[in-house]
Write a protein that binds this ligand. Structure first.
Ligand code: BTN
Length: 280
């Protein structure tokens, strides 16, 4: 038992269907590590099958843009999944959307019906116009042994301890607040995530981004909202108009439709979507 709920590999494994179980080369839970992403990047990713590594706490958890990811023990989920992909390195761009979609869908499936995705892959809940962050995704990887491999790191607030909550500098939420009756134990949440990720990653490898475009539309919290996009050293303002076939966010500006690519921009929602706004 680690912390407030039982959390070990066997309690996750028993909750997986046979197909998901077979998709994983290994599923491991450790008490403490610097960062699950860093650890899977240090290891060789197997030629086939997924690898999952969960940690009860991280002492060097990393977020995007070089920020730390606070990872207190006994409460939240911190894990990474590694996998090889066919094709070119550029494919990893679309992967960030796919990971966000799979994670949000898994959260909805366990009862957190308000979870959406802030492009490209922040897990958020719209609380009367304020986007509260439920979790974040950090995708790393590159070439290994001549092939493309990715490490998908996910941090998800399950039951945020009060001491850790006081240090968070942005609106946040956790599953405890989002699910009627409270959050399930972490093994239940972890199993739901692995089922969803295994399906999504296999489909992305075989079929690309196309099957995910309608799935994203159902989760898109920026749709029709006024947003500020930080592109290099300038701010571009426009209305978010969904995503393009390659996963770029489409921003409707005075100068026309501008495609924004993940990794190059930071997007902030300004106004909530207009009711009855055109989706054309
Ligand atoms: C973000 O900035 O929104 C991304 C946060 C990603 C955090 C997760 S926790 C598990 C994995 N290990 C890390 O060090 N980071 C990711």
């Amino acid at each position: 038992m680690n912390g407030v709920d039982a959390f070990d590999a066997s309690s996750i494994l028993v909750r997986l269907d046979a197909a998901t179980h077979a998709a994983f080369a290994s599923i491991e839970v450790v008490d403490a590590i610097d960062s699950t992403n860093s650890e899977l990047l240090r290891r060789r990713t197997p030629d086939s099958g997924l690898v999952a590594l969960f940690a009860d706490r991280q002492h060097g958890g990393r977020g995007r843009q070089g920020r730390p990811w606070a990872s207190p023990p006994g409460a939240n989920l911190y894990f990474s999944v590694a996998r090889r992909f066919t094709g070119e390195l550029a494919r990893l761009g679309g992967l960030s959307l796919v990971a966000g979609i799979a994670t949000a869908e898994a959260m909805r499936a366990i009862g957190a019906g308000g979870v959406g995705v802030k492009w490209p892959n922040d897990l958020v809940v719209d609380d009367a116009g304020t986007l509260r962050k439920l979790g974040g995704i950090l995708i790393e990887g590159g070439l290994q042994d001549g092939g493309v491999r990715a490490v998908i790191g996910i941090g998800l607030n399950v039951r945020m301890p009060a001491e850790a909550a006081s240090a968070i500098d942005q609106p946040w939420t956790d599953l405890q607040a989002q699910i009627a009756g409270g959050a399930p134990t972490r093994d239940v949440v972890a199993a739901a995530l692995l089922v969803s990720l295994a399906e999504a990653l296999a489909r992305f490898d075989a079929e690309g981004l196309a099957p995910f475009l309608p799935r994203f539309e159902a989760l898109d919290v920026l749709r029709d909202a006024q947003v500020d996009a930080q592109v290099a050293d300038r701010t571009v303002t426009g209305v978010a108009a969904g995503i393009a076939d390659d996963g770029a966010l489409r921003l409707r500006t005075d100068a026309g439709l501008l495609p924004l690519h993940a990794g190059e921009v930071r997007v902030r929602r300004r106004g909530v979507p207009q009711s009855g706004a055109s989706r054309a």
